[in-house]
Design a protein around this ligand. Structure first.
Ligand code: ADP
Ligand code: ASP
Ligand code: MG
Length: 414
């Protein structure tokens, strides 16, 4: 019997009516004779509300306790969805991450799944039930609850698909596919029929929050085809799959914008071998992930080293950064949160020269100053003033001719 794994995000289960809608959609698949595992997120902005509560009781909360709280969001939605399915006359059972035995590492708030025990899911499927699993959560080797990082339900779904040997995983959201850029920012963004794992991974890592980056990594590794579509209609969505199955496409497939970066400049560190190594090794020791890096302005045998980190890492590591910089002999640390990283992504870049030049020229013509640049085979990222981020995305979307028809998904998602 064909097995299918579906995931419904927070907006798809935001209220009782939407939960009933998901129940109908799941039952429709079940009636086709399929075995179904459904992964769900917490209702609407439930997780945001829980995070807000944390902020009201502690400024430096214990990550274990944060996970204890955040996992409750998904426990509500799985129970409600199971009851909604049962109320329509079908068998369903809800399971938490710990009941399934989704084992993760011990990194609270951003754990990685290490192993999934299929036994309970398979038993329930065999008994003819629709199995509803809580996304975003697992259990570590100490039997404590963990969470996979914001947006992590996508990863739960793909990991379960991989563990059960499914070749396809369907992820339903408020948007009916992957667009050339966030369609909330640019109404004329075009829906893609397909996108390669590599491009999707870059887009996810560079700020397109439509998919959790780890879910794409897992899908690529286990060769699971992802299908992204809306839970509010049956419009054809987007498949994420291997490069060879891709339609021939333009040099640039998408544009992303990430406002979660902070620029740090460690001023006047001695210009001798090993300094950069020490700086970044020490940052890594405190779990601070560095993204873009430049070294600039040599004067009196001193350099400035500028790098970017996420806003969360700044909160967590501000005091360490200052200590590390002072330890290296730096005169000052400058922190600038008013930056955004705007990127273009496209597998066609590998073979087409001049794409980066075209990007920089377009931004220059729009008077948008570039502060930092990073590139890979299939992406170019620039750091710019945060206030100009939307404008930059528009400029690049136009420059690489990415526009399509305006969709009606936003109306239906309300
Ligand atoms: P869910 O709660 O279903 O997981 P998310 O809010 O995590 O949904 O992701 C869907 C949102 O991702 C959309 O509402 C859209 O604004 C945003 N998004 C950002 N970039 C893109 C893109 N390139 N294509 C589609 N959606 C995007
Ligand atoms: N509920 C979690 C979050 O809001 C996980 C998810 O939605 O994927 O981040
Ligand atoms: Mg999501």
């Amino acid at each position: 019997m064909a097995l299918i794994v579906q995931k419904y995000g927070g907006t798809s289960v935001a209220n009782v009516e939407k939960i009933k809608n998901v129940a109908d959609r799941v039952i429709k698949e079940y009636k086709k004779g399929r075995q179904i595992v459904v992964v769900v997120s917490a209702m609407g902005d439930a997780t945001d509300q829980l995070v807000e509560l944390v902020g009201k009781v502690a400024s430096n909360p214990d990550p274990r306790e944060v996970d204890m709280l955040l996992t409750t969001g998904e426990q509500v939605s799985i129970a409600l969805l199971s009851m909604a399915i049962q109320a329509k006359g079908y068998q369903a059972i809800s399971l938490t991450g710990s009941q399934v035995k989704i084992t993760t590492d011990n990194r609270h708030n951003r754990a990685e799944i290490m192993k999934i025990d299929n036994a309970r899911i398979l038993t329930e499927l065999k008994a003819g039930k629709i199995v509803v699993v809580a996304g975003f959560q697992g259990i570590n080797t100490l039997d404590d609850f963990t969470t996979l990082g914001r947006g992590g339900s996508d990863t739960t779904a793909v990991a379960i698909a991989a563990s059960l040997g499914a070749k396809r995983c369907e992820l339903y959201s408020d948007v009916d596919g992957i667009y050339t850029t966030d369609p909330r920012m640019i109404a004329k963004a075009r829906k893609l029929t397909s996108i390669s794992y590599q491009e999707m991974l870059e887009m996810a890592n560079l700020g397109a929050k439509v998919l959790h980056p780890r879910s794409v990594e897992l899908a690529k590794h286990y060769q699971i085809k992802l299908y992204i579509a809306s839970s509010f209609n049956y419009h054809p969505g987007t498949t994420v799959e291997g490069m060879d199955e891709m339609e021939k496409r333009k040099n640039v497939t998408g544009v992303t914008c990430d406002k979660n970066e902070v620029k740090i400049t460690v001023q006047e560190v001695p210009d001798h071998p090993g300094i950069a190594g020490q700086l970044f090794n020490n940052l890594a020791k405190y779990g601070i992930n560095v993204d873009m890096i430049i070294q600039n302005l040599q004067r009196n045998n001193k350099n400035d080293i500028t790098f970017t980190i996420s806003k969360e890492d700044l909160l967590k590591g501000k005091k360490y950064i200052t200590e590390i910089a002072q330890g290296l002999g730096s005169s000052r640390v400058e922190i600038d949160p008013t930056v955004a990283k705007v990127s273009i992504i496209g597998a066609g870049m590998i073979t087409t020269p001049g794409i980066a030049a075209k990007m920089f020229t377009a931004l220059g013509q729009a008077q948008i100053n570039i502060q930092m640049i990073t590139t890979s085979d299939i992406k170019v990222s620039v750091l710019i003033n945060e206030e100009l981020a939307e404008q930059a995305v528009h400029v690049l979307h136009d420059c690489f001719e990415l526009a399509g028809e305006t969709g009606d998904w936003q109306e239906q998602a309300k």
